[in-house]
Design a protein around this ligand. Structure first.
Ligand code: PLP
Length: 411
């Protein structure tokens, strides 16, 4: 990679942000790359590959069915399309025009995030419930009606949302499926089966984040009929009735015939991504996650130790907790006034350095920086620690020079 980057005039970045798409997501291991290379060398009927991969995903997650998508965002868009169109090929052909159909997706106002564009892109209209900090179960019940296609839920959105268990219970009582964005909920690996056991109808997971699959991979799992709708709207439908592999669906009266290329056709998943995602998922569920957490914690401690005793800086390791965040982070609180610089200044300075370091700036507006250790390569925690310490000691260094200058001048 370094050679390729150099030929383009680029340098690799030290990623202290985590599996951010804008930095390239993850560094898939040799087992993933080998699976992708193998898939690249043969043709296969893609619906059969998806069915086989989906069956294994379902077994891993304890669900009825599974499906490989291009990222969790692609999965969310397909999930919305499935909940809107069901088994109706005419409606599949029409999306994202869902006018007159069940096209509403109910969502907590406090769970609105930029990724819900994926739901809207399928043709859904979002119906918000609650306020940023408080939502009552009765509001969910009241928002569900004739036009409701699904309830969307974001995992790990804090204590101010209706608990997922209760959302599932209310939605199911009204005959409406629940779509869960679980991108931030794995690790821990146990959550995969927990969500299936809770009866969530479609769960979207990112393959390119903590699982270490190809950046453009992810998966859905859940109810078999909804996954069937996903497949019909996602797979290539340049097919003829006479030879279509979906003939049994016609015979059983589930669909009157194939849809045309659906809304998901623009979210193509190659055989290489399917193979890579599956290899990554197999290895990830069998991985020693305690060892990962121990290494990540040590990396966080390296950063915190380097910042010890710097005026205006307070750093600590926030340990992984089982449910809200499955990995530790080093959190660095800046007294911006004492330091004479903001957290954003520090982010910009480290980005401009050599090597270029990317820090988590999500809380920089509050003067907080975070180092997420999950994507750091060997030796990079030291690089981040040294660069951060140098950047944050500038005020001390400047003050020292200042005093020395004055001493010289008065002497
Ligand atoms: C990253 C992310 C997604 C999208 O995942 P991709 O695999 O990159 O498509 C969706 N939702 C949340 C909350 C995310 O953090």
């Amino acid at each position: 990679m370094s050679e390729l980057l150099a030929s383009l005039g680029l340098e690799p970045v030290v990623n202290a942000v985590g599996p951010a798409t804008r930095l390239g997501s993850s560094t898939p291991g040799p087992h993933v790359l080998a699976a992708m290379a193998e898939a690249a060398g043969a043709f296969v009927r893609m619906h059969e590959l998806q069915a086989a991969a989906g069956a294994e995903i379902a077994a891993i997650c304890g669900a009825e069915a599974g499906y490989v998508t291009n990222g969790a965002a692609g999965g969310l868009m397909l999930a919305a399309a499935a909940c809107i169109a069901g088994d109706d090929p005419a409606l599949m052909d029409r999306l994202p025009d869902a006018s007159g159909a069940r096209d509403e997706i109910v969502i907590h106002r406090g769970q609105r995030i930029a990724y819900d564009h994926a739901l809207r892109a399928a043709g859904a209209r979002l119906v918000e419930i609650g306020f940023h900090d408080l939502t009552f179960p009765r509001e969910l019940d009241a928002a569900i009606g004739e036009r409701t296609a699904a309830v969307a839920y974001l995992s790990n959105s804090g204590a101010n949302a209706i608990p997922l268990e209760q959302v599932v219970a209310i939605a199911h009582r009204r005959g409406v499926p629940v779509i869960l964005d679980a991108s931030l909920a794995v690790p821990p690996v146990a959550n995969l089966r927990r969500f299936a056991a809770l009866g969530v109808d479609l769960v979207a997971v990112s393959g390119g984040k903590w699982i270490g699959g190809p950046a453009a991979s992810g998966f859905l799992y859940g109810r078999a009929d909804l996954i069937r709708s996903v497949a019909l709207q996602h797979q290539d439908q340049d097919v003829r009735m006479e030879t279509w592999h979906g003939a049994p669906l016609v015979a059983e009266g589930i669909v009157p015939g194939p849809p045309h290329q659906g809304i998901g056709r623009a979210l193509k998943v190659g055989k290489e991504e399917i193979a890579g995602l599956l290899a990554a998922l197999r290895a990830w569920v069998a991985r020693d996650h305690d060892a990962d957490r121990a290494r990540w914690t040590a990396d966080c401690e390296t950063v915190v130790a380097a910042l010890d005793g710097i005026d205006g800086v307070r750093a600590e390791v926030l340990p992984a907790d089982g449910r809200e965040r499955g990995w530790p982070v080093a959190e660095i609180a800046l007294d911006e006034r004492a330091l004479g610089r903001t957290a954003y200044d520090v982010v910009r300075e480290l980005a401009a350095g050599t090597p270029s370091i990317a820090l988590d700036e999500a809380l920089a507006w509050r003067g907080l920086l975070r180092v997420t250790p999950t994507q750091l390569q060997a030796g990079e925690a030291e690089v981040v620690a040294t660069s951060l310490a140098a950047s944050l000691r500038q005020r001390e260094a400047a003050a020292a020079i200042d005093t020395e200058d004055r001493k010289d001048w008065t002497a």
